[in-house]
Design a protein around this ligand. Structure first.
Ligand SMILES: [Zn+2]
Ligand SMILES: [Zn+2]
Length: 262
């Protein structure tokens, strides 16, 4: 089954490919673009997002953003409506200090050598508990108050780089995240770049009736979705369940919470 790829970066944030070239690769496989918001050299406010939408949609692309949960300011509802979809992702949490997820990300993407350099630090159960709590809270705000359509790489955090995610993420935490998505019609992303979520999480989400969204999260040329396909298959999601997957458009009901501050 050819599934729509929602999560693709361009040189409007940290991707290396122009919007023009992204528009060409739609012929290979259906995909949109979803650059980071906010981004120092890119989108910084609603006007910046509207200019991005204009440039990308003019090229025939479906247009989303990757909304940085806990960092980005709320969007105006008119901006929200102008986007085809919004991916909400956690890239950091703030406890006593800022916990940046990028070293774990580099490791999960195979760029950090054979062992995770911060494994010892993030092996601390108390730190894990705090990260999980804050991460879930950011996702909750994203879903209940920011109107996101997709939770990007839902189980990506330094904990995912420790080895067994089923061990690092308590089942209750997984179930809470899944329930938030299911109750609000928000899709769970299956992320090719990080290879998350893990099989047991996807099996649980599938059982609870979740919706899914494919995201290669590529910053370079269009990549295959071999890992994603294998993850879908391993989770027991059948080819005839295409309807569970988002198709480049938001599906949250009209009246779903959009922009309220919290
Ligand atoms: Zn991300
Ligand atoms: Zn991304």
């Amino acid at each position: 089954m050819t599934l729509f790829d929602h999560h693709i970066h361009s040189d409007r944030s940290d991707g290396r490919v122009s919007l023009e070239d992204r528009a060409k690769s739609v012929a290979i496989r259906p995909h949109g673009v979803s650059d980071h918001y906010p981004w120092p050299s890119g989108m910084q406010d609603d006007d910046g997002i509207l200019r991005y939408i204009d440039a990308a949609s003019r090229l025939g692309l479906q247009v989303g953003i990757e909304y940085d949960l806990g960092v980005a300011r709320p969007l105006l509802s008119s901006t929200q409506k102008a986007l085809d979809y919004v991916i909400g992702s956690v890239h950091q949490v703030t406890l006593d200090t800022r916990i940046d997820y990028s070293p774990a990300g580099a490791f999960l993407k195979g760029r950090g050598g054979t062992s995770f350099s911060e494994a010892r630090r993030f092996g601390d159960p108390e730190l894990q508990r705090k990260i999980l709590e804050q991460h879930l809270q950011l996702v909750r705000i994203g879903i209940l108050h920011r109107g996101i359509d997709i939770v990007g790489h839902p189980t990506f955090s330094p904990l995912a780089a420790l080895g067994d995610p089923e061990d690092a993420y308590p089942v209750e935490w997984q179930e809470q995240l899944i329930a938030l998505c299911v109750e609000n019609g928000v899709a769970i992303e299956i992320n090719e770049a990080y290879g998350v979520p893990h099989r047991a999480f996807l099996v649980r989400a599938h059982m609870r009736g979740a919706r899914f969204a494919v995201g290669s999260d590529t910053h370079f040329e269009l990549v295959g979705l071999e890992k994603t396909d294998a993850m879908i298959q391993a989770a027991g999601i059948a080819p005839d369940e295409r309807g569970r997957f988002l198709d480049g458009k938001r599906t949250r009901q009209e009246g779903a919470p959009t922009v309220t501050s919290s």
